[in-house]
Design a protein around this ligand. Structure first.
Ligand code: HBI
Length: 97
């Protein structure tokens, strides 16, 4: 997937198809808070995402507290949101069920 930084319109269009995702204030990044039934469910999801992140060679910035996972996606190499972030966001949503 292309690692070219999305412009404002492209990012807004991509976000329209990503429920719960939003721009991160002050950063060229997108974020979402995932909530699960319990810690096991959260960590199991993180494990599945981690394996896909390795396959994609594209990794999230995330923070887990019990059943919550706060996620920020941006492409460090491009200095902003790219299609790689959109692909990973879509996978995260699908994996969360
Ligand atoms: N993950 N989010 C993110 N952004 C990157 O630029 C990135 C990454 N994972 C691996 C990666 N880049 C490598 O391609 C480079 O560090 C070499």
């Amino acid at each position: 997937m292309d690692a070219t930084r999305l412009d404002e319109l492209q990012r807004a269009e991509a976000l329209a198809g990503l429920p719960g995702w939003a721009p991160v204030p002050g950063r060229d990044a997108i974020g979402k808070v995932f909530r699960f039934a319990d810690f096991n469910a959260a960590f199991g999801w993180m494990s599945r995402v981690a394996l896909m992140a390795e396959r994609l060679d594209h990794h999230p910035e995330w923070r887990n507290v019990y059943n919550r996972v706060e996620v920020v996606l941006t492409t460090h190499d491009a200095g902003g949101v790219t299609g790689r972030d959109i692909v990973l966001a879509r996978f995260m949503d699908a994996a969360a069920g």
